[in-house]
Design a protein around this ligand. Sequence first.
Ligand SMILES: O=P(O)(O)OC[C@H]1O[C@H](O[C@H]2O[C@H](CO)[C@@H](O)[C@H](O)[C@H]2O)[C@H](O)[C@@H](O)[C@@H]1O
Length: 240
Amino acid sequence: MRDAVRGVAQHFPTAIVSGRCRDKVFSFVKLEELYYAGSHGMDIKGPTKVSNHKWLLGLSTQADEVLCQPATEFLPVIQEVHEKLTAKMESIPGAMVENNKFCLSVHFRCVEEAEWDALGRDVKAVLDDYPKLCLTKGRKVLEVRPSIEWNKGHALKFLLKSLGYAERVDVFPIYIGDDRTDEDAFKVLQNMGQGIGILVTKFPKETSASYSLREPAEVYSPLYMCIHKYTFIYINDVYS
Ligand SMILES: O=P(O)(O)OC[C@H]1O[C@H](O[C@H]2O[C@H](CO)[C@@H](O)[C@H](O)[C@H]2O)[C@H](O)[C@@H](O)[C@@H]1O
């Protein structure tokens, strides 16, 4: 998958948008030519390596640039809550608190089902003292986030605008995701009437994505189509 993503990034601005913190995502993906939007889009950084498309489009090539961190003021409070939740979850076997820098994930996948309600109550009790934080639910995970209007959809809009791609009829953004938090990004594309969202899911689900794939492995096809289509257009432009 890394080679496919690298291939796409050679021709098109490519971003990974994740609920995890940016550093952790980079440690998984290890591609310097990508944009990374960690913490549900609250921490966006540009590529540290220049790709072809950058000079083709005449964009800034300044590497290592943090582009957007709309929740910086919440960092101290997130650290404080991380400590409190970690201490509280010690008494619940299997519970795990993940520090995602601008947000926190309380995982209960490995917790006995009988304990789930108690875990939820404990997390809410900690958050009662922090009205500027909110709680959302994912797949066997509770997520603590700053109460600001910012999600993966805002990150996508930010990237498109920064790249000069918003509302351009000749630009076709493709957003692929499997998490319920990816719906915010699918909605952005749907509302803009630009590009497509692709949901990866084994089961039929209500979604704002235009298409779906069943397995992460099926994501190769659209990625390789992007690479080969580009190659075709490029050769065509050069020789016609
Ligand atoms: O935004 P994403 O990159 O799609 O990340 C969403 C969440 O991914 C991780 O949680 C997921 O994997 C966990 C096991 O590794 C699993 O327990 C959980 O149910 C999954 O949602 C990550 O740990 C979370 O912080 C992300 O929000």
